[in-house]
Design a protein around this ligand. Structure first.
Ligand code: HXC
Length: 255
């Protein structure tokens, strides 16, 4: 059975996690398949946005506990377990997580590796690893703290409680919350908008925003300004600005 279903509509590629009997628990096969499917598409100039989604009941209820349960420290360290997820985080095409139902543990971490999280009202977020005797292992302690701050991150990670979509939006984890039945449309529109812009500028924009979480203000502002300058070497910059002055829609080519 394919654990990932890939569909392409126009310039938007959707990857749907598909392990329905275990609420899309993320095992090594999911990680390998997802990275293998999206890596070549990341280089495809006809692809402008990825959407990662799950089912109505679960985006993903975490890393696969069955796969991990019997492992020893030596095995975990030798395999560098979870390191392969870095291949997903490193994709340069913008990624939207479309979340309904559970996004727990590795599921929440997968959503946080995306650039935007759009959630249906049924979405439930949490890092409950402490209840299993471990801690988040795919970036939860780092990315969640960067996104929502220490107070909320400590609350979620130390108590293992979950939060609903509205709370997740209030604290800055989620970009937008919409009724479940509107989520697919909302995501499709956001993805199509992102995919319609100049590819070089879109990639530069997400890299610059990422810098805000990684480096100090001075370095971040310099990176932004130099990247802004560099975009004046692209045809899309002259086309975008000329189109505005001509009062017409721009025709971006990605060059
Ligand atoms: C493996 C899982 C799973 C998981 C659910 N299942 N989550 N299997 N890994 N993370 C399986 C269940 O065993 C069950 O299989 C089936 O999916 C349906 O789940 P139920 O528990 O019966 O459903 P429900 O009662 O609705 O409860 C849903 C739930 C619960 C609240 C999401 O499943 C749950 O608490 N899951 C674990 C959440 C969690 O702890 N996630 C973090 C994992 S650790 P059967 O065969 O019984 O039907 C992690 C990072 C680890 O992500 C990092 C440190 C190394």
């Amino acid at each position: 059975m394919d654990v990932i279903k890939i569909e392409q509509h126009g310039r938007v590629v959707t990857a749907r996690l598909h392990r329905p009997t275990v609420l899309n628990a993320l095992n090594s096969e999911v990680m390998t398949e997802l990275v293998a499917a999206l890596s070549p598409l990341d280089l495809d100039p006809d692809v402008g946005c990825f959407v990662i989604t799950g089912s109505e009941r679960a985006f993903a209820a975490g890393a696969d506990i069955k796969e991990m349960a019997a492992k020893s420290f030596a095995e975990m360290a030798e395999e560098d377990f979870f390191a392969g997820w870095e291949g997903f985080a490193a994709l340069r095409t913008p990624k939207i997580a479309a979340v309904r139902g559970y996004a727990l543990g590795g599921g929440c971490e997968l959503a946080m590796m995306c650039d935007l999280i759009l959630a249906g009202e049924s979405a439930v977020f949490g890092q409950p690893e402490i209840k299993l005797g471990v801690i988040p292992g795919i970036g939860g302690t780092q990315r969640l703290t960067g996104l929502v701050g220490k107070a909320k991150a400590m609350d979620l990670i130390l108590t293992g409680r979950t939060m609903d979509a509205r709370e997740a939006e209030r604290c800055g984890l989620v970009s937008r919350v919409v009724p479940d039945e509107r989520l697919a449309q909302e995501v499709a529109e956001a993805a199509a908008a992102i995919a319609s812009y100049g590819r070089t500028a879109v990639r530069a924009a997400r890299e610059a925003v990422e810098r805000a979480l990684e480096v100090g203000l001075r370095e971040g502002l310099l990176f932004e300004r130099r990247t802004f300058h560099a975009l004046f070497a692209t045809e899309d910059q002259s086309e975008g600005m000329r189109a505005f002055l001509d009062k017409r829609a721009p025709r971006f080519t990605g060059h």
